[in-house]
Design a protein around this ligand. Structure first.
Ligand code: SF4
Length: 126
């Protein structure tokens, strides 16, 4: 198996909130028995879009021997995850969802939230 980057989940820290599931466009992360798991390692490209949303710092990127990233399968799964309802994920400031704006994870006063591109300047400049 080749060495490559992949998401690592610290199960002792994970509280099973599920916030890391939606940012994974490939659908590699699921909640299993109350803990986040990389259920299909071949779908995780190690990009780390999930890292910023974890409220307890349970996610990191590690480099280890693991099955190769399967781009074809990941693309197929991306289409499936697009059909899932992630309507609870909205900009904390204006309420837009990801169908109406690009959303980014932010950490504010200890909370993991989403903010849209239109509201980011307000966060930066006040
Ligand atoms: S965001 Fe963090 S705490 Fe929540 S399910 Fe994912 S790994 Fe666990």
């Amino acid at each position: 198996m080749p060495k490559r980057k992949i998401v690592k989940i610290d199960e002792d820290l994970c509280i099973g909130c599920g916030k890391c599931v939606a940012p994974c466009a490939e659908g590699a992360i699921q909640i299993v028995n109350g803990k986040a798991k990389v259920i299909r390692e071949e779908l995780c490209d190690g990009a780390g879009f999930c890292l910023g949303v974890c409220p307890v710092g349970a996610l990191s990127i590690e480099e280890r021997d693991v099955v190769p990233f399967n781009e074809e399968e990941a693309e197929k799964n991306k289409k499936l995850t697009k059909e899932k309802d992630f309507s609870e994920i909205t900009c904390f400031s204006c309420g837009r969802d990801d169908k109406n704006a690009a959303l980014f994870p932010v950490r504010i006063k200890g909370d993991s939230l989403w903010v849209c591109a239109k509201c980011i300047p307000r966060l930066i400049h006040g």
